[in-house]
Design a protein around this ligand. Sequence first.
Ligand SMILES: *[C@@H]1O[C@H](CO)[C@@H](O)[C@H](O)[C@H]1NC(C)=O
Ligand SMILES: *[C@@H]1O[C@H](CO)[C@@H](O)[C@H](O)[C@H]1NC(C)=O
Ligand SMILES: *[C@@H]1O[C@H](CO)[C@@H](O)[C@H](O)[C@H]1NC(C)=O
Ligand SMILES: *[C@@H]1O[C@H](CO)[C@@H](O)[C@H](O)[C@H]1NC(C)=O
Length: 408
Amino acid sequence: MPRFCLCYPQKEPTSMSILAECVSPGKAPHRFCVGFLMGMVVASLIAAPLIMNGDNYYRYRTEPVSHVGGVSRMAMQEESTERSAELWSERSVLDREPQDIRDPASDLDTADRHLHRDDNTVAQRLTEEVRVLVWVMTSPQTLQSRAKMIRDTWGKRTNKILFFSSKSDPDLPAIGLNVTEGRTHLMEKTNRAFRYIYDNHMDDADWFMKVDDDTYVIMENLRYLLSGENSSEPLFLGHHFHLRYRSRGAGTMKYLHYQSGGAGYVISKEALRRFGEKGRDEKLCRQTHGAEDIGFGQCMINLGVRISNSTDVLGRSRFHCFPPGHFTGGRYPSWYHAYDANGARKGVQSMSDYAVTFHYIRPSEMQTLDYLIYHLRPYGVLHALQNLNREHNTTSLPAGHSEVFAQP
Ligand SMILES: *[C@@H]1O[C@H](CO)[C@@H](O)[C@H](O)[C@H]1NC(C)=O
Ligand SMILES: *[C@@H]1O[C@H](CO)[C@@H](O)[C@H](O)[C@H]1NC(C)=O
Ligand SMILES: *[C@@H]1O[C@H](CO)[C@@H](O)[C@H](O)[C@H]1NC(C)=O
Ligand SMILES: *[C@@H]1O[C@H](CO)[C@@H](O)[C@H](O)[C@H]1NC(C)=O
């Protein structure tokens, strides 16, 4: 009886912590405790694939927001894109799924034999009117599992999709950026990818989106959002983050604005043109090291690109740096409250019916989302179109020159 209390996890219910507390050295494990433990293991094996967001399965490292100089913050922020990779590996150790290992395309119903008779006239029209080129930041390690799954799920709905890796891959195909793999080179990868697109694909689209290879995009909703914007204006959309920092010169507190890299961000043709023409200027844009999303955000702002408020007319989020379950439950890591420029709202009501992206989506979950979004229907309910776009002239933030932080 008293041993049962020991079995109850004090903090996060990972199987390791339960094990450690139940089978503590020097004490014979209580029979009830072992039974309970076995039950938990079996239950978690059964439950794991059913849990959509898996948010019980991984821990966030708390990211303290210090208000010291920008340079050390930049160093700290280099971790921001790396977080994705770490969470991923923590998750896959805890519930490794066969889909993560074998060819993800093998059991996909690519012919889409479901008997839908939906009227997609509007979405079809927007596919022609709002052309979006999406580029995916992938790597030789994740190309087979994640990038392939993107290609075979939501990637099919893009106007054009390009995969960039450090090395080229003729099979996917992926374009090799000729950079060293690893988190310290993400800034360089991003710069080279956008430059490649500027040089080779400028005329293929009106909007250009960057995503990670664990981002899921609902292309129809992205095109709807962009249909309310003008691609000839210098614009930048995504999950808007801001960070308070002390400026180097006067020492006053300022906000640094950017779009989360993992949630995906979109730039207009005019923004890409400015990047192509002036993006090599080191006084405006970081060229190599540092956090990719912060660096690119600063570059955009220095090129006069405006951050458009990407929330819908009811203030609900469309780009998401976490999976859906994090927002419904509002289980945010503490750093998120300081970063989210829209007040870290939570609950189902905080997300737009026309949401555009979710981040930290495993390959098997991409298939699940495809099913939930494009196939599952409540019988007898027809969906009417909603007008959720904001007015154009709410696009504003921010203006002026922003510091380009020194290379750490
Ligand atoms: C990488 O290098 C190869 C060989 O020099 C070149 O053909 C290719 O265009 C380069 N890739 C990019 C994206 O510049
Ligand atoms: C889009 O922006 C350009 C450049 O500011 C402007 O000339 C054009 O009239 C705008 N188009 C619309 C439809 O507002
Ligand atoms: C975007 O608009 C919503 C209201 O629709 C507002 O609550 C939010 O603060 C705005 N975001 C920014 C960064 O200004
Ligand atoms: C758009 O701008 C006009 C003129 O500046 C202003 O009257 C109107 O209220 C603005 N609309 C919104 C939604 O901010």
